[in-house]
Every structure is written in C-alpha cells, then in structure tokens.
Design a binder for this molecule. Structure first.
Ligand SMILES: [Zn+2]
Length: 104
C-alpha cells in the first residue's frame, strides 16, 4: 500500500502533480487586500496554483488579524512562522521541489 505523502497529492484544479514550495498568496478581506509572500504551500506543477498547507493556517490567520487591525487597503507581508519546524518541512530531503526553488 502506498502511503499518502505531502507533495504527491493531485491538484484540485487541474489534477496536476503538487510540490512543496513557497508561494505569494493574496487574501481578500472585507475592506482590504493582504498579500503574503513566502507562504509554505503545495504548488501545482501544471497550472502553478498554490494551496496553503494546513500547518500554516494558524499563522496566516494571526497575520490577517493583525493586518485587519491596521486598516490598510493593501498590505504586503512576508510569511513568518511562529513554528520553527515549518522551515524543515519545506526543505525536507527527498521532496521534489520546483526548479525555481533550487537556486537558494
Ligand atoms: Zn493545477
């Protein structure tokens, strides 16, 4: 039986193969748009659609709450996790990363 691994799931949009990486994801709130860069995400290799991984949802929620409190119309933030282990998820050996992620 083949186990279910992160990075091997199929894209809900096009069925393409997903890889772990970092994405810039815009969030539309009531009166503002918050763009968060470097969000750990599964990214489709075919249509490039990013999907947040579950481990970052709490951090994203906290950042959006802070952004909401600033009352800015447009805000661009860089993802910063309160959980150190998240960075090791992204760079875990054996995962197929997109070519553009190998430069670092
Ligand atoms: Zn796709």
């Amino acid at each position: 039986m083949t186990g279910k691994h992160v990075g091997n799931s199929a894209c809900p949009v096009c069925g393409g193969r997903m890889s772990l990486g970092k994405a810039t994801i815009p969030f539309v709130l009531d009166a503002s748009v918050v763009v968060i860069k470097d969000v750990p995400a599964e990214i489709c290799g075919s249509c490039r659609e990013p999907f947040m991984i579950g481990a970052v949802v709490d951090d994203i929620s906290a950042m959006l709450q802070r952004a909401h409190n600033l009352h800015a119309e447009v805000l661009v933030l860089t993802f910063a996790s309160s959980d150190e282990s998240l960075s090791s998820i992204i760079y875990e050996p054996g995962l197929e990363l997109g070519a553009e992620l190998r430069e670092g």
